[in-house]
Design a protein around this ligand. Structure first.
Ligand SMILES: NC(=O)c1ccc[n+]([C@@H]2O[C@H](COP(=O)([O-])OP(=O)(O)OC[C@H]3O[C@@H](n4cnc5c(N)ncnc54)[C@H](OP(=O)(O)O)[C@@H]3O)[C@@H](O)[C@H]2O)c1
Length: 267
């Protein structure tokens, strides 16, 4: 059974990954080999499991220790430490799935460089359903054409840091690609204030952050007299974790390169 290292073990997603591993107890895809948190973590040196049955793996802040012996690493830490984790994985030859979102261009550059040495899977949303709606969104963008206005809405829990969500941006990329325009030239973030009416070719983003909402996304295509809405709702965080484990299993043994969930699902 392959060994799995988790970056961001103490967080909501890190603990959901442990829950998903426990669910698959009868036919486990992985055993946990390493668990990494920040140097400031209150749980350094403690067992990876915050509650329930101990894993026997102690939390470290040292990435190279955390990934030792791992067949694959899954990163659900925060955007600003992903680059360091990817460099550690590239040095050790360990494939990495990056589930953390909100990375800047510099971090993306580091991931692209790491992908010349190891397989790197960037998955801003590891739900299988979201990969499917991304495909539907691309199809709708082509089929409905440029006369339809596109607006993308995401809702998440009150603690989420990045906005719009990584998934909302990926859905926007899917529309922009289908329309053969660069997203950064047509994206409109929030629509507060007055001024000009909507630019016809813009792709709008709006976000809501409240309570314990796990993750909701709607892509709306609206024209005169009709409206198409494609929505995905995640109601339990463990669904992201199940998808991440499936993708991590797929990543083992792949050649170096950049991959996405569409590759995992054969879409
Ligand atoms: N791809 C998807 O499907 C998906 C789904 C949900 C969330 N996400 C994304 O995944 C990320 C984590 O989400 P979350 O809700 O689990 O966040 P969270 O609860 O805040 O957890 C963040 C984790 O990162 C760790 N961390 C922070 N700084 C670190 C560092 N310098 N080195 C190593 N570990 C560090 C934290 O550990 P300590 O604080 O204990 O040090 C904690 O374990 C976010 O970017 C979120 O947007 C992606």
């Amino acid at each position: 059974m392959p060994a799995l290292a988790i970056f961001g073990i103490t967080g909501r997603m890190g603990q959901s990954l442990l829950q998903a591993l426990r669910e698959a107890r009868d036919s486990p895809a992985f055993h946990l080999s390493g668990a990494v948190a920040s140097g400031a973590s209150a749980r350094l040196g403690q067992d990876a499991a915050g509650e329930g049955e101990p894993t026997g793996v102690l939390i470290t802040a040292d990435s190279s220790v955390g990934i030792r012996g791992a067949a694959v690493a899954v990163d659900f830490s925060l955007a600003d430490c992903v680059a360091a984790h990817a460099n550690a994985c590239a040095a050790a030859g360990v494939p990495i799935l990056v589930g953390a979102t909100g990375m800047d261009a510099a971090a993306r550059g580091v991931l692209a460089a790491a992908a010349r040495k190891i397989p790197v899977l960037i998955a801003p949303n590891t739900c299988v359903g979201v990969s499917v709606i991304a495909k539907l969104v691309a199809l709708a963008a082509v089929g409905l054409g440029p006369s339809f206005d596109v607006e993308i809405f995401d809702a998440h829990h009150r603690l989420k840091r990045d906005s719009p969500s990584g998934t909302a941006l990926a859905l926007g990329e899917a529309v922009a690609k289908a329309r053969a325009v660069p997203l950064n030239e047509v994206a409109a973030y929030g629509r507060a204030g007055g001024g000009e009416p909507r630019s016809p070719d813009s792709i709008g983003f709006s976000s809501m952050r409240a309570g314990d909402i796990v993750g909701e996304h709607t892509v709306m295509f609206a024209a005169q007299g009709e409206r198409v809405e494609i929505t995905h709702r995640a109601t339990d965080r463990v669904t992201f974790a199940r998808g991440a484990l499936r993708a991590a299993e797929w990543l083992i043994g792949r050649p170096p390169g950049l991959y996405g969930m569409q590759d995992v699902l054969g879409l």
